[in-house]
Write a protein that binds this ligand. Structure first.
Ligand code: HEC
Ligand code: HEC
Ligand code: HEC
Ligand code: HEC
Length: 158
C-alpha cells in the first residue's frame, strides 16, 4: 500500500468514527450530571447538578415534560431514542438582555436564550409541585428548589 492510499484509508476511518459518534451523541444520558452547556463562553453562576434519572423515575415525570419537538410539542420518548440538546433550538447562551430602555423580551423571543428556556422549564414545575406539596403536607416549604442559591449552589460564582 502506498502512502496516499494509506492516508485515504485512515481518513475514511476517522470520518466514519465521527459519523458514528454523532449518531450516538443524543441517545445516551448520564443518570446525574452537572449542567454545563459547552456553548457558553463562561458560566457566571455555580453549576447546577441535575438528577435526570431520579426526575424521570422517582419523581415520575414523563420525558415530554422536558423534551419536545421543533414545534414545542411534547415528545413521547423511551430510553435509547435520539434526543436533541436544549441549546440546539434555544440557541443563545445565557439570559435575555435586560438593557435599560429596551423593551423586555417575552415568550419565544425570550426563550431563544437558553437560560430562560431552562429556568422556565425547571422553575415552573418546581413552583407548582411545591404548592401542592405544601397544601397536602401542611408545611411551609416544598422540596423542589426555586431559588438561585439552591439550584446554583451558593449562587453567583466568586
Ligand atoms: C425534568 C426534565 C427531564 C425529564 C423528565 C427527562 N429529561 Fe432527558 N434531559 C433533560 C435535560 C435538561 C437534559 C440535558 C440537555 C442538554 O444538555 O441540553 C437531558 C438530556 C437527555 C439526553 C441526552 C441528550 C444529548 O444529546 O446529550 C437524552 C438521551 C435524554 N435526556 C432522554 C430522556 C428520556 C428518554 C426521558 C424519559 C425517560 C427523559 N430524558 C426525561 C431533562 C429531562
Ligand atoms: C427541536 C427544537 C427544540 C429543542 C431541542 C428544545 N426546544 Fe424548547 N421549544 C421549542 C419550540 C419551537 C418551542 C415553542 C416556541 C416557544 O414558545 O419558545 C419551545 C418551547 C419551550 C418552552 C415554553 C413552554 C413549553 O414547554 O412549551 C420551554 C420552557 C422550553 N421550550 C424549554 C426547553 C428545554 C428545557 C429543552 C431541553 C430539555 C428544550 N426546550 C429543547 C424548540 C425546542
Ligand atoms: C415537571 C416537573 C419538573 C421539572 C420540569 C424539573 N423538575 Fe426538578 N424536581 C421536581 C420535583 C417533583 C422535585 C422534588 C421531588 C422530591 O424531593 O420529592 C425536584 C427536585 C429537584 C432538585 C432537588 C432534588 C434532586 O433530585 O436533586 C433539583 C436540584 C432539581 N429538581 C433540578 C431541576 C432542574 C435543573 C430542572 C430543569 C433542567 C428540573 N429540576 C426540572 C420536578 C421537576
Ligand atoms: C431549578 C433550578 C434553577 C434555578 C432556581 C435557577 N437556575 Fe439559573 N440555571 C439553571 C440551569 C439548569 C441553567 C443552564 C446551565 C447550563 O446548561 O449550562 C441555568 C443557567 C443560568 C445562567 C446562565 C449560565 C451562567 O452561569 O451564567 C444564569 C446567569 C443563571 N442561571 C442565573 C440564575 C439566577 C440569577 C437565578 C435566581 C433568580 C437562577 N439562575 C435560578 C437552573 C436554575
Amino acid at each position: 500500500m502506498n502512502k496516499t492510499r494509506m492516508m485515504t484509508l485512515l481518513l475514511a476511518m476517522v470520518m466514519s468514527l465521527a459519523v458514528v459518534s454523532l449518531l450516538w451523541a443524543g441517545t445516551k444520558v448520564e443518570d446525574e450530571f452537572v449542567m454545563q452547556t459547552k456553548e457558553y463562553k463562561k458560566h457566571t453562576y455555580n453549576l447546577v447538578h441535575f438528577t435526570h434519572k431520579k426526575h424521570a423515575e422517582e419523581y415520575k415525570i414523563s420525558c415530554g415534560e422536558c423534551h419536545h419537538d421543533d414545534q414545542g410539542k411534547a415528545l413521547d420518548l423511551k430510553m435509547g431514542d435520539n434526543v436533541q440538546r436544549c441549546i440546539e433550538c434555544h440557541t443563545k447562551p445565557g439570559k435575555a438582555p435586560k438593557g435599560k430602555g429596551k423593551k423586555k423580551l417575552k415568550g419565544a423571543e425570550k426563550r431563544a436564550y437558553h437560560a430562560e428556556a431552562l429556568h422556565q422549564n425547571c422553575i415552573k414545575c418546581h413552583k407548582a409541585f411545591n404548592k401542592s406539596y405544601k397544601k397536602e403536607h401542611k408545611v411551609k416549604k416544598g422540596p423542589a428548589p426555586t431559588s438561585c442559591k439552591k439550584c446554583h449552589p451558593g449562587g453567583k460564582m466568586k
